[in-house]
Design a protein around this ligand. Structure first.
Ligand code: DX5
Ligand code: ZN
Length: 222
């Protein structure tokens, strides 16, 4: 299990400091890329990833909320992204997976809250991670959509049945409370933006989310 703090909720004027703050409690950093087309918001691109790469060895979990990821995958790889996640809703999924593999990226496939399990099912054995969005993508600070949990469970069940080692990530409205439901449903990677960087002590907040997730599935004291 791991927590992936999302820099979308960090101070964009001081990203390297934000990353240093959470690094002791995280293995991954979630980097939200938005194009103003697939989602109604704009964020960052490869040059920012290049600059951040100078500051940390954390795994860059790059969430591409963009309509034409094929055009930019190589640039993100070159900038230092370790994994990229594309949305199944943009189409051309098989080709995008092949391109990511060819580039040596870890491969993620995301589904919006209203996209059914059946849309991602054909790709489960070809990817390293399924991202089940627990908000509609575009903005941080939205409320966790618990109705997505049956899909998270379906993904985990199918992966187990097929003997696949698959990461199942949830993203949107995840905090130390909602993570319980997500972990019990089978998620093992927890993206959290406002519940980490919006708190006075981001490192403690990230650790608390992870501890709550572990406690939810093992009963171990958090
Ligand atoms: C939303 C992004 C998320 C966002 C989550 O479109 O994909 O990664 O940063 O933010 P919180 O945790 O605040 O919901
Ligand atoms: Zn994201």
């Amino acid at each position: 299990m791991r927590v992936a703090p999302s820099i979308l909720s960090a101070d964009f004027g001081a990203l390297s400091e934000a990353i240093e703050t959470v690094a002791p409690g995280s293995e991954w950093l979630h980097v939200d890329v938005m194009d103003g087309h697939f989602v109604p918001n704009l964020t960052i691109g490869p040059p920012v990833v290049t600059s951040l790469r100078e500051h940390t060895d954390l795994f860059f979990d790059t969430h591409l909320m963009i309509s034409e990821p094929a055009k930019y995958l190589e640039a993100f790889r070159d900038a230092g992204s370790d994994g990229c996640t594309v949305h199944v809703e943009v189409g051309e999924t098989a080709a995008l997976i092949a391109q990511m593999r060819h580039l040596g990226l870890r491969v993620g496939l995301a589904a919006n809250p209203d996209t059914p399990f059946e849309a991602i099912e054909p790709y489960l054995d070809q990817v390293d991670m399924i991202l089940c969005m627990t908000v509609f993508p575009g903005f941080g600070g939205q409320s966790f959509i618990a109705d997505v949990m049956p899909k998270v469970h379906q993904v985990r069940r199918a992966a187990l049945a097929a003997g696949l080692t698959l990461d199942v990530e949830v993203d949107g409205g995840v905090d130390e409370h909602t993570v319980v439901d997500a972990a019990r449903s089978g998620a093992n990677v927890f993206v959290a933006g406002s519940a980490v960087f919006g708190r006075p002590h981001p490192l403690d907040a990230a650790r608390d989310i992870l501890a709550a997730a572990r406690h939810a599935v093992t009963g171990a004291p958090s």
